[in-house]
Design a binder for this molecule. Structure first.
Ligand SMILES: [Zn+2]
Length: 111
């Protein structure tokens, strides 16, 4: 199953991660892509052992998809939880955690 097919089978109204309402729009050349455009994300990235199957897909906004990158769903949800507390120390830790995981993944040569 490809990502486009999955997107329509999964069709959800909100981002799986930040819960903002998502929109289903086509990418138009020259037009600005809305930050809440619906995308398909791998809960466990393929390079980290995730499969290309429906159970590994969730609908999320572009913003979360880009930020999550090669993090797993579990790792990214921890980061979001920390950030939600809006405490500067947790927010810094959250950013450091994202960086640390991304570097680990890079070192593992995972693209
Ligand atoms: Zn989101």
């Amino acid at each position: 199953m490809n990502a486009v097919e999955a997107k329509y089978r999964l069709r959800k109204d909100r981002c799986h991660y930040c819960k903002i309402p998502v929109v289903y729009t086509k990418i138009t050349r020259g037009a600005t892509t809305p930050r809440n455009r619906a995308t398909i994300d791998h809960r466990i990235p393929v390079c980290r052992g995730g499969k290309n199957e429906l159970s590994n897909y969730v609908t999320c906004c572009i913003k979360c998809n880009e930020e999550k990158g090669q993090l797993t769903e579990k790792e990214y949800l921890i980061v979001l939880r920390w950030r939600k507390r809006q405490h500067w120390r947790q927010a810094i830790l959250a950013s450091a955690a994202i960086l640390a995981i991304k570097i680990t993944v890079l070192v593992r040569n995972c693209s």
